[in-house]
Design a protein around this ligand. Structure first.
Ligand SMILES: C[S@@+](CC[C@H](N)C(=O)[O-])C[C@H]1O[C@@H](n2cnc3c(N)ncnc32)[C@H](O)[C@@H]1O
Length: 300
């Protein structure tokens, strides 16, 4: 799926198209910029279009930008060159499932944001262990959140709440708008699938996904969704200390689209809102309800 030729271009734009993405990326950006003490090198696993690798390169950090998809890497290279930081970034095409090329404690900071770890199902725990192994000081990750994502199964129009501009040319925005009625008409609450996702943490059907790949299609891959205590436990087992969790988007998901758009279109309100979202979403009692992602940071 991530190798589709237009994926890099689309993903780079989506961060300006959907408010939930803006809230999530703002949260991570704030966390990163406050955690750069003593950090000279960083590894970004599943770095995509370079939203965070380029941000760190701009701070003078040498970053290894690691991703499975060539179109995503190409897009990141283009942006890094435009921003004048390409010489501080090493681009590597590879899968998180194999980090054997890197020695223990190779990078001061290891990060992986917006679910690459969840895409490595069924190897997600081993991948977290490997990311911890190559970290020298700090690890920061965000993975798919089970408590945050299971509500989607009862809300096929969840993405509509976060459309910033209904006139956007983005194909996903236009699809969300045009299919809204159909999604509501065709919806029926399916307790079995909701309970199954809640119990197993899996969204997507392994057999169906495999058959679609075999037919030459590029379906959304099966992803593993973590519970907060589960993620904390895994990190602890691998020796990570001072762990804190957050759920970017937990506050924003309580607000209707019309109000979110109003806030986003006023620079002062937008800045204040994103700052408060960060404060609220760091509360451990709501962290599981982050929109999509569960964020974790800790010291190695
Ligand atoms: C949702 S994007 C996130 C990009 C970036 N981390 C961000 O937060 O903007 C997920 C990225 O993970 C990459 N990815 C997916 N599976 C991967 C794997 N097994 N190994 C390495 N990268 C992977 C995809 O190519 C894609 O660029």
């Amino acid at each position: 799926m991530w190798n589709q030729p237009d994926k890099g271009e689309l993903e780079a734009e989506r961060e300006n198209t959907f408010i939930d993405d803006i809230v999530q990326k703002a949260h991570i950006e704030r966390e990163l910029l406050h955690s750069l003490d003593g950090i000279r090198t960083a590894f970004d696993g599943g770095a995509g279009c370079g939203r965070f690798s380029i941000l760190l390169a701009k701070q003078g950090i040498h970053v290894t930008h690691f991703d499975i998809s060539q179109p995503m890497i190409d897009k990141a290279k283009e942006i890094a060159e435009r921003e004048g930081v390409a010489d501080r970034i090493t681009f590597v095409k590879g899968a998180l499932e194999d980090l054997s090329a890197y020695a223990d404690r190779s990078f001061d900071l290891v990060m992986s944001f917006d679910s690459p770890i969840s895409y490595t199902y069924p190897n997600q725990e081993k991948v977290i262990g490997e990311l911890v192994r190559i970290a020298n000081k700090r690890i920061m990750i965000s993975v798919s959140s089970r408590l945050g994502s299971v509500p989607y199964l009862a809300n096929p129009i969840q993405k509509n709440q976060f459309i910033l501009n209904e006139n956007s040319k983005d194909s996903w925005v236009q699809w969300c708008l045009s299919s809204r009625g159909q999604m509501i008409d065709g919806f029926a609450f399916n307790k079995e699938s909701v309970v199954n996702a809640y119990d197993t943490g899996l969204l997507g059907d392994v057999e169906e996904t495999k058959e679609a790949y075999d037919r030459g299609e590029s379906p959304w891959c099966v992803t593993y969704h973590f519970m907060p205590d589960e993620l904390e436990g895994i990190l602890k087992r691998f020796g990570v200390k001072n762990i804190s969790l957050a759920g970017p988007g937990a506050y924003a998901r309580t607000i209707p689209n019309e109000i979110l758009v109003k806030i986003m279109n006023d620079p002062k309100q937008r800045a204040d809102f994103l700052e408060f979202c960060h404060m609220y979403d760091c509360n451990p009692y709501v962290c599981g309800m982050g929109k999509d992602n569960l964020f974790a940071k800790g010291e190695v």
